[in-house]
Write a protein that binds this ligand. Sequence first.
Ligand code: FAD
Length: 820
Amino acid sequence: MAGPRVVIIGAGIVGANLADELTARGWDQITVVDQGPLPLTGGSTSHAPGLVFQTNGSRTMTAFAQYTVEKFAGIDLGGEWCFNQVGGLEVATTPERLAELHRRQGWATSCGIEGTVLDAKECVRLHPLVDESKILGGLYVPTDGLAKASRVVVALAQRARARSAVFRGSTKVTGIEQAGGRVTGVATTEGTIPADIAVSCAGFWGPDIGAMVGMDVPLLPLAHQYAKTDQVPELVGRNTEAAEAGLPILRHQDQDLYFREHVDRLGIGSYAHRPMPVDLRELTESADVSAASMPSMLPFTDEDFAQPWEQCKLLLPCLENSKIESAFNGIFSFTPDGGPLIGESSDVSGFWLAEAVWVTHSAGVARAVAQLLVDGRSDTELRGCDVHRFEEVQLAPEYVSETSQQNFVEIYDILHPLQPKASPRDLRVSPFHVRQKELGAVFLEGGGWERPHWYEANADLVGDLPAEWVPPERDAWASQFHSPIAAAEAWRTRTSVAMYDMTPLKRLEITGPGALPLLQRLTTGKMDKSIGSVTYTLLLDETGGVRSDITVARLRDNHFQVGANGNIDLDYFQRHAAADDGVQVRDITGATCCIGLWGPRARDVVQALSADDFSNENFKYFRAKRVRIAGIPVTAMRLSYVGELGWELYTTADYGLRLWDALWAQGQEHDVIAAGRAAFNSLRMEKGYRSWGTDMTTEHNPYEAGLGFAVSAQKTDFAGYEALQGVSDSTVDRRLACVVVDDGQSVVLGHEPVFLDGKPVGYVTSAAFGHTVAAPIAYAWLPASAMPGTQVEIQYFDRRIAATVAAEPLVDPEMKRIRA
Ligand SMILES: Cc1cc2nc3c(=O)[nH]c(=O)nc-3n(C[C@H](O)[C@H](O)[C@H](O)COP(=O)(O)OP(=O)(O)OC[C@H]3O[C@@H](n4cnc5c(N)ncnc54)[C@H](O)[C@@H]3O)c2cc1C
């Protein structure tokens, strides 16, 4: 027998794909169970119309879709197609949408998908049912198409069965059996199936399965309308019964609609209705399933389709005389951020999820999960899919319900990358919040935290800016969620001193006799350093991919404070700590707070408030000390993410406001300001500091990411060590490079493709206006051969912007300011 005993719960498109992927990797003890009959189980897959539009703002989701297309296009069932590559057309009826389609075309290009923005006439040539006068143009992706989801399930089940997988229908899972914190079996209505691993691929029933192991699954089942017209004369004779469709699948996002052919009828999907959450307890039993009746299909609510139907007729005048022949409200999964849910339970080893997955992404997700199970890592980075990415407050049913419904409403909206949620807000505020409001903070939201982006109180400083600091005008898109006040905040940080609220950054405390060995094992840096040392280091996966970058401060022998990137790091440390005796990992973020006091006058401010010695000789760069500031116990770390002299000042939440007030009062004679994330992001990029998740992920090794300096040459026993042997700055063939925009004013925002000699070779990760260098700057993945001085072009909407690869960092390469 090869591989552990795996029970996959759910024989929909995800479960079937996973059985296929696992058996393809040689695992041969796979059982797939479903409460419904096989192969039409009654889940979402059973009625999915199967439109596959690959382009997505997330590179991971695009990669999943690309694999789905590749895989489904390569299979058939007895000669019948599983993927009909009719192409995909998204049309624009407003100038804003047309611009958005150019942006999407850029995303497609940056992921290696061919896509073209066409004018209205060309769109109609491809899809003659569309009224040319109603559209301004469209994005055409020839490799998009239709997945025949129910047929794919049968084809994949056949393949998996041939490799010894067992599929059991009409078998409802009623519990997960466990012993010693591990899965031992899956209890069903037909008896218990022994298992080492259970993977819930239960789609929108996911929360019920999660509850069996006490796991909150942040997913909301919502109904979505799908209707089929009667015969459309214009379609008669176009398609054979076998082919079903020949025209491109069509999206009309301005009206929340999509379309596909069903031989001579048209299928219409509509999101143009109120969100309709579904209570799982009210669904029909799964035993009776037919094409027209299944638990995932609710009765059609005509009134919700009345207005969208009028819009359908406007775009496709051939529907003027048509009627709706059949329709239903189908159920599928929504999540707080729209991403899928992948990962293993923190509490019950061997219990996994692969849920909230569209047909579009199903093969890609299944491959990633199979890789996680078999190899311990996925080739595609999974940060935006990891079930542990949510903060605890984001798992609350109220939060999941509100944000998932909002995602439904916004599904086709044009969203600016900085656009925050309108609600719920004020979930988490730092102790400085009251002062920030007094200073007119403009807050964006992240992880439930309110985060000042800039402060209106600094508006007057814009008029004081020296000429070389005055930022250029931005275009309408780059001006959103932005203010020139950020320039003034950056200027003051570089020339006097600013207070940044760093509270929302995840802080972990790792303590106990096992703390040092744990950190030694998991990080690339030397951890056995003196008390008071602070180390910037990396967490790598087994293939050397960067799974996080962290700072580790050794506060006592067995007491470390870790500045981490989020809950995924917490889960990672806790999971590894569980194997060790004598180590505790605690999230101390909410109980503590942090002010980044940065700028050339930072020392003057802090020293005047403290009897402790903040001099350069006695408080060196990358050192931490317990000090008192204005009588408040503070852990001060001499670090700076903005590249200026200064300290991160940590205290407990109760002292936070007092610390802020003391620094603020003392800072007045040094022109102190409060500064926000907009300035921060610009300053950190000028200094070459990477942001994990945006600039680099598990898909990149430290040398590619420009972080080889964080890999200790003395250590040989850390996760990822083996994989890095023979890898160095000189062996990599791609690199995260700094580019400066030549025209000095075009600010891009991230995700744009980058061209070298006219060919797409990479993509932008972070971008900002560099106020100190008076030019827009960006980080981008480029071939390693693109050395400083290389000319590139960035595609920004429908134009190309000339930029030049620059030596980095752009500011203070000698580290004079930060070590002052
Ligand atoms: C109207 C509509 C249109 C859509 N159109 C598209 C589209 O065009 N393109 C696209 O990509 N996606 C589309 N989707 C979404 C897509 O259909 C789903 O996201 C996808 O099918 C989910 O697949 P799944 O395998 O995760 O879930 P499912 O297919 O629902 O499978 C989950 C299975 O788990 C089983 N199960 C649940 N609980 C238990 C239990 N206790 N014991 C045993 N078995 C259990 C269920 O019976 C079910 O068979 C659409 C959805 C709807 C509703």
